[in-house]
Write a protein that binds this ligand. Structure first.
Ligand SMILES: NC(=O)c1ccc[n+]([C@@H]2O[C@H](COP(=O)([O-])OP(=O)(O)OC[C@H]3O[C@@H](n4cnc5c(N)ncnc54)[C@H](OP(=O)(O)O)[C@@H]3O)[C@@H](O)[C@H]2O)c1
Length: 275
């Protein structure tokens, strides 16, 4: 049996919304001891608070007696950071690791709200985390120890894959590719469905075909060891229908330059939001 998730101490989750909630679910599935987990989210609807409490974690615990956490995971909206950090900063000890998934909040910005020399990991997950199939880009600051990096890796891995990047400057590009990427794929479904309707299919059938094509292709890609290019070539007979469509998509002014432009726009916006 796989080893149970153990981060060597208590975990405090700040913000139990969509992303924080998905992560929490993943941790508990991996066997993290609920008695070691506290979740702070002051505006939780009563039903949500009750559901969370049934997992055995402490919901909105009395922080004055929570003790020093091994990890504080910041899953609040970026605009709530300053206010929320005031509550948790006093809990930090010299060994406490902060993991932030807040879009656009830099390590320096987070560090300015915490005791000096605090270990911080900045991470950027994406929404497939909700079904355990996310991917997170992460970067540590200079104070993160190897054990803390391993704990962060295990916690972030609970919702999918983790890629560590060499410098914080790359996080804007990670945001532009995988953070925002699910929306590009959903838009591809919309575009394919609209094209199907333009080709004469009833709109609802076109949408079902487009949706199943994207989810099925994603699953095929997931289950295969082959590169995406090989999977593409495998369904492209010379002179056939797929080849005719790909000639359009792979033209000099086709999909690649368009996606490059979209990713560049997202990266630029990520940089603007961070400054
Ligand atoms: N969703 C994504 O795809 C995604 C991807 C990458 C990164 N992120 C980042 O993940 C973070 C959370 O996003 P989300 O989509 O999960 O947002 P969300 O669903 O709104 O979750 C944030 C939660 O934090 C709560 N909260 C507000 N003030 C708080 C405080 N002072 N202390 C503790 N909790 C507080 C919110 O309560 P109220 O609703 O009552 O304010 C809400 O339940 C954001 O920083 C976002 O940038 C999200």
């Amino acid at each position: 049996m796989a080893e149970k998730l153990d981060i060597g101490g208590k975990l405090l989750l700040l913000g139990a919304g969509k992303m924080g909630g998905a992560m929490l679910e993943g941790w508990l599935k991996l066997g993290l001891d609920p008695a070691l987990v506290g979740a702070v989210d002051p505006h939780l609807p009563p039903e949500a608070a009750t559901a969370l409490a049934t997992t055995g974690i402490a919901v909105n615990p009395d922080l004055s007696s929570f003790g020093t956490p091994a990890v504080v995971l910041l899953a609040i909206k970026p605009q709530m950071m300053a206010q929320a950090m005031k509550t948790v900063a006093p809990l930090f000890g010299p060994g406490t690791l902060a993991i932030s998934i807040m879009a656009g909040k830099t390590i320096d910005g987070i560090a300015s709200q915490l005791p000096s020399r605090t270990a911080i990991v900045r991470a950027m997950p994406n929404t497939p985390a909700a079904v355990g199939r996310g991917i997170t880009g992460a970067v540590p600051n200079a104070f993160v120890t190897p054990a803390q990096k391993a704990a962060a890796d295990a916690l972030l891995r609970a919702t999918g894959a983790v890629e560590w990047v060499a410098e914080e400057g790359l996080i804007d590009a990670v945001t532009a590719v995988s953070g925002s990427g699910p929306a590009y794929v959903f838009h591809l479904v919309e575009a394919l469905a609209a094209a199907g309707a333009a080709a004469g299919l009833p709109a609802d059938l076109a949408m079902r075909l487009a949706r199943a094509t994207v989810t099925g292709s994603g699953e095929l890609l997931h289950q295969s060891d082959l590169p995406a290019a090989t999977l593409r070539q495998n369904v492209t007979s010379p002179g056939g229908t797929t080849a005719a469509a790909l000639a359009v998509l792979m033209a000099e002014d086709g999909l690649t330059p368009l996606v490059e432009k979209a990713v560049a726009a997202a990266k630029q916006r990520a940089g603007e939001l961070a400054s």
